[in-house]
Design a protein around this ligand. Sequence first.
Ligand code: UDX
Length: 445
Amino acid sequence: MDIAVAGAGYVGLVTAACLAEKGHRVACVDVDIEKVMLLQRGMSPIYEPGLEELVRKNRERLRFTTDYAAAYRRADVIIIAVGTPEERDGSVNLRYVWEAAKQIARTVEKDCVVAVKSTVPVGTGDELARWIAEYRKHPVHIEVVANPEFLSQGTAVNDTLYASRIVLGVESPHAEKVMREVYDPFALPYVVTDRKSAEMIKYASNVFLALKISYINDIANLCEIVDADIEAVAEGMGMDPRIGPRFLRAGIGYGGSCFPKDTKALCHLASRCGYELKTVRAAIDVNEKQKLKLIEKARTYIGDFHGREAAVLGLTFKPGTDDIREAPALANIAVLLEEGANVKVWDPVGMDNVKRIFAENLTYCATIEEAIANADLCFIFTEWPEIRQFDLCQYAALMKTPLVFDGRNCYDLESARKAGILYESIGRKQVGAAESAVLVETDER
Ligand code: UDX
């Protein structure tokens, strides 16, 4: 099939590469000329394992262009995968989706199906269908399908090639037939429903995962108070097949481009309809508070941060990506700087993005050792393998006072105890708390 993909962002690019891998001829369209030129040279503008290889391997079937008219004119299917950023009030900005719809209406010269992959509020597909039918330039039949995706950053290629399901929100058997032709080569299970339900599946799924994380974080906080261990609790809960083990990792909360945005968007949609989604509101509140949990813990040891040397390990919202959108590290760094700490940071791939926000206000370190050397305290915000495998004894050896606040439970408590550090994590016992009093008392700031 001839498929055009509108948008070469995370979703568009990965989708285009995977469709080409499955034998379709794909034109991926983006307005960003530099991005397109990079892709034409076989290089990926984003850090995503396996993506660059896939782009290069499928060169013959996959092209990148800024010329949307040429790409859309004779396509069998056009996939809209443009960004849907968040507005200040939590609503979704659909500017780019409408931009793509207008380009499609202006240029399409043969019957085609438009599949919306961008995360859009329930009802958007219906509006697009009405609008395109009214304003299309040529007398062709253009059907709109809701086709949400569920890929996670860092595993996006795999998540697309081996997705748990293909969701199709269709309003006609013809649209279903065409979309099945697109996805049959993937040999994945289908969920076929109406457009609005498909749009809701996307939000309801993402928000459910966010709820699960906030719930486990809430329980983790309670575990700390009653002296229980969240890791054991999560394991015991996860073995119940009705609950499942995934997304039960307690930490400093969720970040990224989806959960924070989608939780707010769903609440916004509900309130516009006069309904209050109380569970989701609670999940958002818990997450906001959880983000700064370690800062609050650190205060109990160190008083205030003024003049302190703080090391920050891990900046991205999760490992395996250079994306720092809504990363908990950012909110924490902002507090540390505001309160007068000197902050040294380390991350294997996220530092360039962080530089764009904090510029010269941080010291960017090439190694973990450099970041923690002479530090008064150290925060861990992303569970990178380099951090997990880091020799714990180095904290004691290199830091001025070995206070380690781990927001991702990277180390086991026994190893931390043996390494002689003061180790605070999430939902687990403190390690080395007795010594900490001594550390702080003898500190001569
Ligand atoms: C998410 C969804 O998983 C994906 O299906 C959707 O299409 C887009 O949003 P992504 O944002 O890439 O994907 O990352 P994900 O792995 O889901 O993690 C999101 C955040 O939750 C991260 O900050 C992560 O650290 C956090 N998280 C995840 C936890 O704190 N605990 C967990 O158990 C799992």
